[in-house]
Design a protein around this ligand. Sequence first.
Ligand SMILES: [Fe+2]
Ligand SMILES: [Fe+2]
Length: 497
Amino acid sequence: MNMREKKKLKKSDLSKVQFPLERLLNIKDLTNFIVFPVFLALLNRLPFLSLPSKPFLYFVGSAILWYIFAERSVRSNRYFNLHSAYRITFFSVVSFGVFVNSFVPSLGDETLLPEMTPIFLSVSMVTILIGYQEGIGSGLFMSFLASANLDNSLETFILLSVVVLATALTTRAIERRIEIARAGFEVSLIFVAINAIRMSLQGESINAVDLLIAFANPILSSVIAIGIIPYLEYASRIYSNTGLLELGNLSHPLLKNLSIYAPGTYYHSISLANLSEAAAERIGANAILARVASYFHDIGKSKRPQYFAENQQEGMNPHDNLTPSMSNLVINEHVKQGVEQARKYRLPLLVEDVIKEHHGTRVKKFFFHKAKNIGQEERSDDFRYPGPKPQFKESGIIMLADSVEAAFKSIKKPTPAKTQELVEEIVNGIYNERQLDQSGLDLDDLEKIIEAFTRVLMNMNQPRIEYPKETTEKVVSINGDSNSKQDIEEDRREQNI
Ligand SMILES: [Fe+2]
Ligand SMILES: [Fe+2]
């Protein structure tokens, strides 16, 4: 083991170090469980410098509520374990939310108004960037702190919790920015309605100014959320569906580059996107992420496109002049190049993961057998991609679609039965190689994926009805008949038309 490897090992060991209390209580991350909620509780009280009458109960209550509402959804989220950026972004947005929810109502007169709590802002950002469950979990916790700050009443807690649920529900499947504004408007109406109900239940006269504040609050919050989200996406590389769709409009410089230098790979990526999108939709995974990650999965090939079959002209294969181990290195290079490009252009972290994982740790069988055939003593492990194996469902789908798309081209006159057989063979092969072990895909998902792939492949290969041929006067011709256009122009001039 060289020094570099030793350093790497030490670093990864460090991240697994647990505090003695953590080991004792078997709590995976003590920081989330106790330190963070207490920090938030303190943050909530900071602008006013007055602790509640029973601070101990308040802090312990915060920790318990954090565990009930937020911590569970965080732990069940696969992405939190993959990238610390998810944890950092989530905790930053929640901290920001707690601060703003305490600060804004204090801007009013001497009385703190629940109508002024901009809870829509932080809950919508968490829901859009991280997820629906996390939005609700942290939102309910924030409602608790905000109501403790306002008047310590259960009524305020319920009122704000309704807003949290409405916000998470209306922002859970946002695809266009305008939908955030629409969600803000819808939550405004709900906020006005529940405030009016609260006022009448308390026997107060309905106060128009308070209702106006309740109406303006979520709308203004939605405008601020629309403004902040792109900055958060750029900083964290965690993208909302809206941000992903912007990247997937094919005008990204990396995709343009791919279409110019590696057109075969470009068209392969587009077909792959259709396959993986359909499969992701079928199993309830993120279809937008699957589509966009497919576009970018092979961007590393634009550096040496001629070394990949889809870009080769017939009879011109540069691998013929390379040893199998050199070919192996050149092919591995496309993954490394792709990761470098993804970092340079700040592509989403999950897209970078797909670039790394789309071949998993599979063996390049063609070059391994080539090496064996020429009598080289090579181990199959030397011909493996560096990996890792797919770590989430969309990544697993793309690995399967990548092989299926390439193999489908080799079937002559594909029928639904032949296509399904091929897809089944590939999916089973990859499953048996244990490449999908960490992807979260189960056998039920794989069945649905096979169905979706077969349907899309058959649709892509739909035979066209032959159009009846009409005789057309040739006006434009690139080769051969180059004078025809000129002749026609001369005729027109002669006839003065
Ligand atoms: Fe690839
Ligand atoms: Fe590919």
